[in-house]
Design a protein around this ligand. Structure first.
Ligand code: SF4
Length: 454
């Protein structure tokens, strides 16, 4: 894994229009497939409060077919896509569905909780038994235990929120409600949308765009939005703290067409390229972008310096999860199946390559090798974010700390390792300045170690 991956995407809806709920959730999840490719799941609620669900490992298109979607009949539902970097994706697929004294409940989570092991251990000591390793299951047990003490499910959720330390967005479905919850610092995104009398919750606005759903607003930090047959209403689950939205959503995770906290992701990436050009100009004949997330930053970089941007890398469209990864002797020969280079675009030229971020440095090394092999005269690497030197505890799937290239090494050593002629990164100030429309501050902990929570 070179890029950090966000662990999940959420999409839920409460339908009052007679839409095909499961189909819309399916398309919503499909439009956010970039947020997780290990597993997918949809749970729907028929009008009687009975829940049915399908979840399994694989892409959205692999888990569902027309027959399965047709069987998922209901007026409300929540869906989830999982990025998991460890144990069994099938076992940990979400939504988690339980039955307790108040009926069915389904829970889907995006994010990471720093104290989830302690909570789980405490519940186990009290007799709870868990079937998955997912925090969503722990949360479902917490909510079900709290529910008896509160008149409404939202009040029960509010009562357990102070226990949850970390960055998260969550969907909860009960027989009469679909509920969205966002952590009190707004680290993970969650947005509300509407079409006529139907209401939607999603990790990203790009899902609304694809379904012709109108974006209404971001769920606020600490807010619990409750959607039922009458429409949405909110309670404040926890007092909102100063917002610390994940800045890596703008750098890499989110779809470029999405708007997060008022800031369009594409524009943020373009601005990052502009700031990078001012901070670290390179004397080059052409700017080369790295598919796909490096495109906007490379455009900003090229426009600012007046250097032509060329298409040099071509991504193999069919490279994916199912490819047998080269190992052993094949890996040693550095067979790179994902990208190929158009030689005429780079031969005998001084090239500046713009990518969005660097985690382990292995991709940068391969890019430089590919360009040199194609005849580039010189290769300068420019990265449109700061150096990543700390782990993320809020749901980004990333290598352990010691595998982060900047955990122990400096820029000069990494430049040498990649084989580039020069290497430079955008400053933290440049990243923030690139997001002028974002409402509030940012989590930048993986860049600077300043974690929003303990
Ligand atoms: S640590 Fe990095 S990836 Fe994790 S939430 Fe903060 S900015 Fe995002």
């Amino acid at each position: 894994m070179e890029k950090m991956m966000d662990r999940c995407g959420l999409f839920g809806m409460f339908d009052n229009n007679g839409f095909h709920t499961s189909h819309l959730i399916y398309y919503g999840l499909f439009s956010m497939q970039h947020r997780g490719m290990e597993a997918a799941g949809i749970c729907v609620n028929d009008n009687q409060g009975n829940f049915s669900y399908v979840k399994d490992e694989g892409l959205v298109t692999e888990v569902f077919d027309e027959m399965k979607l047709e069987k998922l009949q209901g007026h409300a539902g929540i869906g989830h896509i999982l990025r998991y970097d460890g144990s069994d994706a099938r076992e940990n697929a979400q939504p988690i569905v339980i039955r307790y004294t108040s009926g069915h409940m389904a829970v889907a989570l995006n994010g990471g909780l720093t104290n989830i092991e302690e909570i789980r251990h405490d519940l186990e000591l009290k007799g709870s038994v868990f079937q998955t390793m997912e925090a969503a299951e722990v949360i479902s047990v917490l909510i079900s235990r709290a529910r008896n003490n509160y008149p409404t499910i939202e009040e029960a959720i509010a009562s357990i929120m102070p226990m949850l330390k970390g960055g998260y967005a969550m969907l909860v479905m009960t027989p009469r409600k679909v509920i969205g919850v966002r952590d009190p610092q707004g680290i993970r995104p969650l947005v509300l949308g509407r079409e006529d009398h139907s209401w939607f919750l999603s990790s990203e606005t790009c899902a609304f765009d694809e379904l012709n759903v109108d974006y209404v607003r971001d769920i606020q930090p600490g807010e619990i939005v409750v959607i039922n047959a009458e429409g949405p209403h909110s309670i404040q689950g926890m007092p909102a703290q100063p917002i610390r939205a994940c800045i890596y959503e703008y750098i890499y995770y989110s779809h470029p067409a999405s708007v997060f906290g008022g800031q369009e992701v594409y524009k943020a990436r373009y601005n990052m390229g502009c700031h990078l050009a001012k901070e670290a100009p390179a004397d080059a004949d052409a700017v080369v972008w790295v598919p796909d997330s490096g495109l906007a930053a490379a455009a900003g970089y090229a426009d600012t310096l007046g250097i032509p941007m060329v298409d040099a890398f071509v991504k193999n469209k069919y490279y994916g999860n199912n490819l047998v990864k080269p190992e052993g002797i094949l890996f040693d020969r550095k067979i790179h199946m994902k990208l190929s280079v158009i030689k005429s675009q780079v031969k005998d030229k001084n090239i500046v390559v713009v990518d969005d971020s660097m985690v382990r440095g292995t991709t940068a090394q391969t890019l430089v090798e590919l360009l040199r092999h194609a005849g580039a005269k010189s290769v300068h690497l420019r990265i449109a974010s700061a150096t990543i030197s700390h782990p993320c505890y809020y749901g980004a799937s990333m290598p352990e700390e010691k595998k982060l290239i900047f955990h122990e090494q400096g820029v000069d050593a990494v430049c040498k390792m990649t084989g580039a002629d020069s290497l430079a990164f955008l400053s933290s100030e440049g990243m923030v300045a690139a997001c002028p429309d974002a409402a509030g501050g940012f989590c930048m902990a993986c860049f600077n170690g300043d974690y929003p929570t303990k």
